[in-house]
Write a protein that binds this ligand. Structure first.
Ligand SMILES: [Zn+2]
Ligand SMILES: [Zn+2]
Length: 173
């Protein structure tokens, strides 16, 4: 009896998942890798040709061809253990990070900042790449505006409460 091919072993590991719910995500169901074979970042691990490879990358290359050098596969569905090739998009690292901070990914994670502002509105979210956060930093613009207002107010306050000016009395010599 012939041994099963990598494609057969791969197919046997996967199971159909739900259609991702967050807005802006694909409208086809995920294809899920078992939770028991994930790496520490939550991506599927597949043993093939004597080594372990990321299951989603293997899946994509089987269906679509080689991933261009230096590119990462962005999970459009935001589900890391999904291996559906139509949920994967090859992008550079920066784009991957920007998208993971974008409206659909944010929707799937956190929809409000600590102060309760809307983080699903891209106009309210500022992403920067300072040296301390090479993977990108997300900031709420409404909070930044509030902070700026608070630091301005104490400086403005004295103007409104200036005492009425009194003419100093001259004393005759
Ligand atoms: Zn998916
Ligand atoms: Zn905020």
């Amino acid at each position: 009896m012939a041994r099963s091919t990598p494609a057969e072993r791969f197919a046997a590991k996967t199971s159909p998942g739900p259609v991702p719910a967050a807005p802006g995500t694909p409208d086809t169901p995920c294809l899920l890798w078992p939770e028991t074979s994930l790496d520490r970042d939550g991506y599927g691990r597949f043993w093939v040709d004597g080594r372990v490879v990321p299951a989603h990358r293997w899946s994509y290359e089987q269906k679509r061809g080689p991933i261009p050098a230096g590119l990462e596969l962005d999970h459009l569905c935001t589900v890391r253990r999904c291996v559906a090739d139509d949920h994967l998009d090859p992008v550079d690292h920066r784009t991957n990070v920007l998208r993971s901070n974008g409206p659909s990914a944010v929707n799937a994670r956190r929809t409000k900042c600590k102060a309760g502002h809307n983080l699903t509105d891209p106009a309210n979210v500022h992403v920067s790449f300072p040296p301390s956060h090479p993977n990108g930093m997300r900031k709420c613009r409404a909070c930044a505006r509030d902070r700026a207002r608070r630091t301005r107010e104490p400086q403005l306050a004295p103007v409104a409460t200036l005492p009425t000016r009194t003419t100093p009395e001259r004393t005759a010599a």
